[in-house]
Design a binder for this molecule. Structure first.
Ligand code: AMP
Ligand code: MG
Length: 330
C-alpha cells in the first residue's frame, strides 16, 4: 500500500492519471452519481484482492463491474431480453443488472465465484471518462471501510481510506447519494435484489409486469451490504466437485493439498497434487489465487481437497469464509 493517498481534481489530467493507475492494478476512488466508488481492474484478481483488503471486508462479496456503455456490458455478461430492455431504458443510470457472466471477462474473485455478474453503466461524466480511458471493466463497491457508511464526497473517502488506496478523484458531492437498484435478470422473472436510486415502478413499467422480490436478508448480512441475501442465494458460488476439508491435521491417501506459506502438514508427501496459495505467506496473494487453485486441484482427479488452516487476520477471514462455502455439503 502507498504511504499517502493523493487527491486530484477530476479534470482531464486527473482522469488520465486515474486510468493509468487502474490499468496498473491500482486502487482509485471515483465519483459516480450514486456514491463514491473504490475502483480497480475487475479482470485482475490481485487488484481485486487488494480492494477487499483496503475495505477490510470480512467476506468476498460479489462486486459490480462498471462499464461505459451497453456495448461494453455485452462483453462482460450475456444480456437477457429483460436485461436488454432495462439497459435501453435506464443506462446510463443508477441501475445494476445481474446476468450470466461471460467467463474470463471479469475475474472470479470480483464475482466471488458466482457464474453471474452484476453490471452497471454509471451516468456521472467523470465515471464515464475514467471507464472509457481505462478500457476495461472496473469493479467498484462504495469507497468506505467495511461497516462504515457509503461516502458521498472525496473528504469522506479520505477519512476512511487514506494511505490504503492510491488516488481519490474529487468531483464534489454525489448527486443521488444512495446505491443503485439491483435487478437479477438471470431467471425467467426479473428479481429486485436491492432497492436503490431507480424506483421499482419505473422498472416494472418497462418490463410490463411485476418484479419478483428477493428473499429477506439473512441474519449475518454485512452492515454495508444492503443487498438482500438468503442462505440459498449464494448457493451457486464456485465449489469444487469433490469434498473440501478445512484446517486438516493430516493428508490422507488420494487427497490433493492446498497450503499457505509453505506449510507441510503430516502426510504432505502423499498428496496427489499440491498448490500453495502464497508461499511467501501474503494473504492478498492468497486471495488472488484462491479460485484458480481450487479449480486446478479439483481437476486433478483427487478424491478430496485438504486445506491447511490459514491465519485469521486481514483477508484470512474472507478466504476462510469462501473456503467454508466451498466445503459446505451440497
Ligand atoms: P455495492 O456494495 O453497492 O457495490 O453492491 C454490490 C452488491 O451487488 C452486493 O451486495 C451483491 O449482493 C450484489 N451483487 C453483485 N454481483 C452479484 C451477482 N452476481 N449476483 C447477485 N448479486 C450480486
Ligand atoms: Mg457500501
Amino acid at each position: 500500500m502507498p504511504p499517502r493517498t493523493r487527491v486530484l481534481m477530476a479534470d482531464a489530467a486527473g482522469i488520465e492519471e486515474a486510468a493509468r493507475l487502474l490499468g496498473g492494478g491500482g486502487l482509485v476512488a471515483i465519483p459516480t452519481e450514486t456514491v463514491y466508488g473504490l475502483g480497480c481492474d475487475a479482470t485482475d484478481p490481485r487488484a481485486v484482492a487488494g480492494l477487499y483488503a483496503a475495505k477490510g471486508r470480512p467476506s468476498f462479496n460479489p462486486l459490480i463491474a462498471h462499464v461505459p456503455d451497453v456495448a461494453a456490458a455485452r462483453g462482460v455478461g450475456r444480456l437477457t431480453p429483460a436485461a436488454e430492455a432495462l439497459a435501453a431504458a435506464f443506462w446510463p443510470g443508477p441501475l445494476t443488472l445481474v446476468v450470466p457472466a461471460i467467463e474470463g471477462a471479469t475475474s472470479e474473485l470480483a464475482r466471488a465465484g458466482l457464474a453471474s455478474v452484476a453490471i452497471r453503466v454509471p451516468a456521472h461524466p467523470v465515471a464515464q471518462a475514467v471507464l472509457r480511458a481505462a478500457g476495461r471493466p472496473i469493479a467498484a463497491p462504495s469507497a468506505n471501510r467495511s461497516g462504515h457508511v457509503s461516502p458521498t464526497s472525496a473528504a469522506h473517502v479520505l477519512a476512511d481510506l487514506d494511505g490504503r488506496i492510491e488516488l481519490i478523484l474529487d468531483a464534489g458531492p454525489s448527486a443521488v447519494g444512495v446505491e443503485s437498484t439491483i435487478v437479477d435478470c438471470t431467471g425467467p422473472v426479473p428479481v429486485l435484489l436491492r432497492p436503490g436510486g431507480l424506483p421499482r415502478a419505473a422498472i416494472e413499467a418497462v418490463l410490463g409486469g411485476p418484479l419478483a422480490n428477493a428473499p429477506p436478508p439473512s441474519a449475518g448480512a454485512a452492515e454495508d451490504d444492503p443487498a438482500p441475501r438468503a442462505p440459498g442465494m449464494l448457493a451457486s458460488h464456485y465449489a469444487p466437485s469433490v469434498p473440501v476439508g478445512l484446517g486438516i491435521g493430516e493428508v490422507r491417501p488420494g487427497e490433493a493439498l492446498l497450503t499457505f506459506a509453505g506449510a507441510r502438514p503430516p502426510g504432505f508427501e502423499q498428496a496427489v497434487a499440491r498448490l500453495d496459495l502464497s508461499p511467501a505467506g501474503d494473504l492478498v496473494e492468497a486471495a488472488a489465487n484462491l479460485y484458480a487453485h481450487l479449480r486446478a486441484l479439483d481437476g486433478t482427479g483427487a478424491r478430496a481437497i485438504a486445506v491447511v488452516a490459514l491465519p485469521s487476520h486481514g483477508l484470512g477471514e474472507a478466504i476462510a469464509d469462501r473456503l467454508r462455502r466451498a466445503a459446505a455439503p451440497r
